[in-house]
Design a binder for this molecule. Structure first.
Ligand code: ZN
Ligand code: ZN
Length: 234
């Protein structure tokens, strides 16, 4: 039995391959699983420029501080699993492929716009310490490299808050009130800058919106967002 087990482990190691988007086991000759290859969870076609969701699932209600938002995937299936692997399992391969998808999404959706720098939604230092990293920062740095832009830490999170996903939508903006601030140690002035703001997941957009507000108050010209996934209201 032991030998059989060892053989199976060996066989799995040699003959299976993981989907580079979601980490699911896939055909050894391919780099993507069936759903990721079919683009089942990809956001394409008629997309709302403001919230980044497919037009039929547009969730725009009030005008946010950012100009627009986009994402390559909806938060379901493989991409949802990918977010989990990136956020809680320190999976850098998955992070890299999500960042590549985000960079492509920026090139496509924001083709008429230029950016001066990339930044990211902050995490509180206790979360960063516990997890060892801020996944939004990792994504932003990778996206910046792919777009040949500098990446700056511009927004800080000063207070620990309840996780946004643990709260109903109407409490999310209030939850962040006063928790975010401009990074006093930012390496340069952001006046008149066009900034690309990154996060892993957009749900109601309130964290992106709070961050965008802080950047605009500091003189940024405009903020556009990119996330790996958008959670659709169903
Ligand atoms: Zn997949
Ligand atoms: Zn919309």
């Amino acid at each position: 039995m032991k030998i059989q087990e060892a053989y199976n482990n060996f066989k799995n190691l040699i003959f299976t391959r993981r989907c580079t988007i979601c980490g699911d086991v896939c055909d050894v000759r391919k780099s993507l699983c069936g759903a990721c290859e079919d683009g089942t969870f990809r956001i394409e076609g008629d997309v709302c420029e403001k919230c980044g969701a497919p037009k039929k699932a547009c969730v725009c209600r009030s005008a946010p501080f950012y100009m627009s938002s986009c994402a390559p995937f909806v938060y379901e299936g493989g991409p949802q699993k990918a977010i989990f692997l990136m956020k809680y399992k320190n999976d850098l391969t998955i992070t890299e492929s999500l960042a590549a998808e985000m960079a492509e999404c920026v090139k496509k959706r924001y083709s008429g716009y230029d950016f001066d720098c990339v930044t990211f939604v902050p995490a509180h230092k206790t979360d960063v310490k516990r997890r060892g990293y801020n996944q939004a920062e990792r994504l932003a740095k990778m996206v910046a490299r792919k777009l040949d832009l500098p990446c700056y830490e511009l927004v800080k999170k000063d207070f620990h808050t309840a996780p946004q996903h643990s709260l109903p939508a109407h409490l999310r903006t209030g939850n962040l009130a006063g928790a975010l601030s401009y990074n006093a140690e930012a390496p340069c002035s952001i006046e008149h800058m066009r900034i690309l703001l990154c996060d892993d997941l957009k749900t109601t957009g309130s964290t992106l919106n709070e961050s965008a507000k802080i950047l605009l108050f500091k003189g940024a010209a405009e903020i556009r967002c990119v996330t790996a996934c958008i959670k659709l209201n169903k």
